[in-house]
Design a protein around this ligand. Structure first.
Ligand code: PLP
Ligand code: TYF
Length: 398
């Protein structure tokens, strides 16, 4: 039955991790996958998470099923985190929130629901470039996908004019995928004063914005990083948000997140929520409870929440410091064309290094980044940053 099956293509990010694991050189550094590591090169177990995990171990619950909509106290807490506890959309009940398998699962629920229940003909457009899974996931859900201009390699920034023109040219109903902050892979985000013109185009053209909020807290702060979603809600747009606790609670394997559909009113939200629950039923029946219990407990307990917010700040500030250290070390090595590193935000830097340079980094220096030139800043630490800088200088200096 499977005799004719072609081998599946490698996932470039996971494949790179496999290559890294096989490398025995003691100098090796993995700047491939987007996982935050502390200064010891370890994925942290956050104190706030550990406390709740211990409470759960001391007083374990039976492994019952969660409802199709997920755990309501979690849904409410996740919704308030994104939109603000006292915000109009939350208080008026016009946001439909359902627990998801992290950000990826949230994207899939939104994509599947919209395609099957709302608009079968709609395509999806995402920034050029974007997280590669955006295209695979939407294609899997039945969409044709395309791109809008975004990264401007010459100016090391965003081609905002091109972006708005391409979005304006999309058919009404098209899903417009937007990174809320910490754009993956470029590290360049729209500034708050650029949201207004974007909102005008989205509203004029009756498009379906989908805000991917995978890195809340990693750019400027938990509140600030939700700003795009809050501005869209305030402007009266209907849209989706995919939110995740993979990064900001360092619960990567916990698969904890939520899909939020911002609707015109509470009645619409009630119907959307029930459709989303039906989508869950058809795809995988129910979400896991551990991560949702941990996240909701942290968000609802003032002391745990304060601990967690400090931990998010620590992660954000450490990444920013690593950008500064990398830039200084590069300049000390004579590399003078990478000043943009400290103007980017979040886990990633699109370094501008060519595929050839990235391959040399990997082969000769055991420094692993994506062929596109994407480097994970959150995997730098005080012990590897100078080595990484010297390796970049060796392959890049002209
Ligand atoms: N969206 C973007 C832009 C990402 O970079 C990632 C993860 O790296 C995700 C979504 C999904 O991550 P998760 O499913 O763990 O929330
Ligand atoms: O590094 C990245 O861009 C991500 C990492 O379920 C990732 O692809 C890994 C696993 C996962 C989601 C994202």
């Amino acid at each position: 039955i499977f005799a004719e099956l072609e081998p599946a293509p490698y996932d470039p990010i996971f494949h790179l991790t496999d290559l890294f694991k096989q490398d025995n050189d003691p100098r090796k550094v993995n700047l491939g996958v987007g996982v935050y590591q502390d200064d010891n090169g370890k994925v942290p177990l956050l104190k706030s998470v550990e406390i709740v995990q211990k409470q759960m171990a001391d007083d374990p619950d039976p492994w019952t099923y969660l409802p199709l909509k997920g755990w309501e106290p979690f849904n409410e807490a996740a919704q308030k985190l994104v939109f603000g506890a006292d915000s109009e959309p939350v208080l008026s009940g016009r946001v439909a929130t359902i627990q998801s398998l992290s950000g990826t699962g949230a994207l899939l629920l939104g994509a599947d629901f919209y395609h099957h229940q709302v608009n079968r003909d709609a395509g999806m457009i995402a920034s050029d470039p974007t997280w590669s899974n955006h295209h695979s996931l939407f294609r899997y859900a039945g969409y044709q996908t395309g791109s809008y201009r975004y990264y401007d390699a010459t100016s090391h920034g965003i081609d905002v004019e091109g972006m708005l023109a391409d979005i304006r040219a999309a058919e009404p109903g098209t899903v417009v995928l937007l990174h809320a902050c910490c754009h993956n892979p470029t590290g360049y985000d729209l500034s708050p004063d650029q949201w207004g013109p974007l909102i005008d185009v989205l509203a004029d053209r009756r498009l379906m914005p989908f805000v991917d909020l995978a890195y809340e807290g990693f750019s400027r702060g938990l509140e600030e990083d939700a700003g795009m979603a809050r501005a869209f809600a305030e402007a009266g747009l209907s849209f989706f948000v995919a939110s995740s606790f993979s990064k900001n609670m360092a619960m990567y394997g916990g698969r904890t997140g939520a899909i939020h559909a911002v609707c015109a009113d509470a009645d619409e939200a009630f119907r959307v929520k029930n459709h989303l629950a039906r989508t869950v039923r058809s795809l995988y029946s129910n979400a896991p409870f551990q991560g949702a219990t941990i996240a909701a407990t942290i968000l609802n307990d003032p002391q745990l929440r304060a601990t967690w917010e400090d931990e998010v700040t620590t992660m954000r500030e450490r990444i920013a410091r690593m950008r500064v250290l990398l830039l200084r070390a590069l300049e000390a090595e004579g590399v003078d064309d990478m000043g943009f590193i400290t103007r980017q935000a979040g886990m990633f830097s699109l370094s501008g290094l060519t595929r050839q340079e990235m391959i040399r980094l990997r082969k000769e220096f055991h420094v692993y980044g994506l062929d596109s030139g994407r480097l994970c800043m959150a995997a730098l630490n005080t012990r590897n940053v100078e080595y990484v800088a010297s390796a970049i200088a060796a392959v890049h200096k002209r």
